[in-house]
Write a protein that binds this ligand. Structure first.
Ligand SMILES: Cc1ncc(COP(=O)(O)O)c(C=O)c1O
Length: 374
């Protein structure tokens, strides 16, 4: 293996202090006001964030929650998914996708993914449908939407609910429609590393359905009904703190600008790697990726990552082990070899820095360094 050490230049995956520096003129006064008033819970900043997020996604309701995981769990519960219901999804995701299904007593049914876009292969969905199937849970991985036209057509024909795992796809479009406008509801994550990252954990449920919205609002405060300390169902404690909502609302003002810069960095990579022999991201027709990750497939991934590290470039694996091969979830799947595309992609995928903090020079350095490895 040849490993050429190029000019030293650090290329970090994330630069959170730089994000804060851009938005601090909005964050600091909002924090001061919240702290001086002592208005910590479900106040004006939750309302502002919810109003603006609903508008940005073109849906009627946005419900701010504690995390993207809670958005999925509360969304599913509000759609009446419960014990014994089967939910068709994939094993190439963050664990929260199936963890929440299992927590509700439902059964994750994991089918294989498409080799180029890494999301659910719609041609495999119908064979996985049984009399117990209640929902399809596509994952909008790495900032682009799953094949929603095909998924919605199958779901409508079989009377199934569609829930979108939009954790990685805040304000992301397909054929002019946003994540959250396809399924009955969609869960967004504001985890620190996301395109719109909180100062800790945060999430949001999007829905056009009044009843789902009503239940989600109740479930985030223990299932409380109209009257204080009277409960309609078993719920959670999943409010978003006002400080967090204000932080996110401030950063949201920059999201379009930041996503546009991500697209420029991704374009430098796409052009630079156009003739490379490894797999580069494929964007589905009609999709506008928000490039949550820029993920390539490389047959010598571990060697490439070591080479990048030597040259100051961060890289990361999303995700090294598919969900059906983790001990707590293994009995929901059929073991190694059962999801060949998922398993192959998990062995080869590696994500490169694509945040808006990168300069063109850094992006070109990444291209040169990757291409220098063979
Ligand atoms: C695909 C996917 N689903 C669900 C989640 C869960 O979101 P959170 O970390 O905000 O709970 C994440 C975030 O990490 C994710 O990437």
């Amino acid at each position: 293996m040849r490993s050429v050490t190029l000019l030293a230049m650090r290329v970090p995956f994330l630069d959170l202090p730089a994000q804060y520096a851009e938005a601090r003129h909005l964050i600091d006064p909002a924090f001061q006001e919240i702290l001086e008033k002592g208005a910590y819970v479900l106040g004006q900043w939750n309302q502002k964030l919810e109003t603006d997020m609903a508008a940005a996604h073109g849906v009627k309701h946005a419900i701010a929650l504690n995390s993207g995981t809670d958005a999925l769990r509360i969304g599913m519960q509000a759609c009446d998914i419960g014990p014994g219901d089967e939910v068709i999804t994939t094993a190439f995701s963050f664990v929260a996708t199936i963890e929440t299904v299992v927590q509700l007593g439902a059964i994750p049914v994991m089918v294989d993914i498409l080799e180029d876009t890494f999301d659910i292969d719609p041609s495999l969905i119908e064979a996985a449908i049984t009399p117990n199937t209640k929902a399809i849970l596509p994952i909008h991985l790495f900032g682009q939407l799953a094949a929603m036209d095909q998924i919605m057509e199958i779901a409508n024909r079989h009377g199934l609910i569609v829930l979108e795992d939009a954790a990685q796809a805040v304000v992301t479009k397909q054929n002019g429609k946003y994540a959250g406008q396809f399924g009955k509801c969609a869960g967004i994550s504001f985890y620190v590393t996301k395109n719109l990252g909180a100062a800790g954990d945060g999430g949001l449920l999007l829905t056009d359905d009044d009843e789902v919205a009503r239940r989600a609002k109740s479930l985030r405060v223990h299932g409380m009904g109209r009257e204080r300390y009277y409960y309609d169902e078993v719920g959670y404690t999943s409010r978003m703190a006002e400080l967090q909502a204000a932080f996110l609302h401030a950063k949201f003002q920059f999201l379009n600008q930041w996503n546009a810069r991500r697209a420029e960095i991704a374009e430098i990579y796409q052009a630079g790697f156009a003739k490379a022999e490894f797999g580069i991201p494929v964007i589905r027709k009609g999709n506008e990726s928000t490039w949550h990750q820029y993920t390539i497939r490389h047959p010598k991934r571990e060697g490439l990552m070591a080479h990048l590290k030597e040259n100051g470039i961060d890289s990361a694996i999303y995700y090294p082990v598919p969900l059906h091969l983790h001990e707590p979830y293994a009995h929901y799947g059929s073991g190694a070899g059962s999801l060949p595309v998922t398993e192959r992609v998990s062995e080869q995928c590696v994500s490169l820095p694509v945040g808006h903090h990168l300069t063109d020079e850094q992006a070109h350095h990444v291209v040169k360094t990757v291409l220098a490895f063979d």
